[in-house]
Design a protein around this ligand. Structure first.
Ligand SMILES: [Zn+2]
Length: 141
């Protein structure tokens, strides 16, 4: 069988007769890459596998509660990159909220200023919680 390039390192690979579909060479780093891709694919397709891994990671974090805090203290580059990525996510989130139709972008109906609020009625309104008031600007003649 003709050699083909390894899917990880691209060095020529002559597949074993028992595995004609072999695409990774036996080098340890290429076998790790093969396993990493297999796990990535499995996580994508198998919800049970994903849940099992998540549970395992959660249990590990519970047994090692200080690990990530110490890791961040010891790895300044990791911490700074994390902060920059979080700041970007925060900016994206703020931008998405502004793009949301719930936020009015027109001018407010009443300009900021000084106003007098005068009670003009409400005694005859059945609901005692309601006042009828007049708002007059006293800062802008
Ligand atoms: Zn390889």
């Amino acid at each position: 069988m003709d050699p083909r390039p390894c899917a990880a390192c691209a060095k020529p690979l002559r597949p074993r007769a028992q595995r004609p579909d072999q695409i990774f060479c036996p080098a340890p780093e290429c076998q790790r890459e093969r396993k990493r891709r297999w796990q990535q694919e499995r996580r994508k397709r198998d919800p049970d596998y994903r849940e099992n891994e998540a549970r395992g990671a959660r249990q590990w974090r519970e047994r090692h509660p200080e690990y990530w805090r110490r890791y961040r203290e010891a790895n300044v580059g990791y911490r700074e990159r994390n902060r920059a990525l979080q700041a970007q996510r925060d900016r994206n989130c703020a931008r998405d909220r502004l793009a949301n139709g719930d936020v009015s972008t027109t001018d407010p109906p009443i300009a900021s200023g000084l106003y007098r609020l005068s009670l003009v009625g409400g005694g005859d309104i059945a609901n005692g919680d309601v006042w009828v008031a007049e708002i007059r600007s006293i800062s802008d003649p």
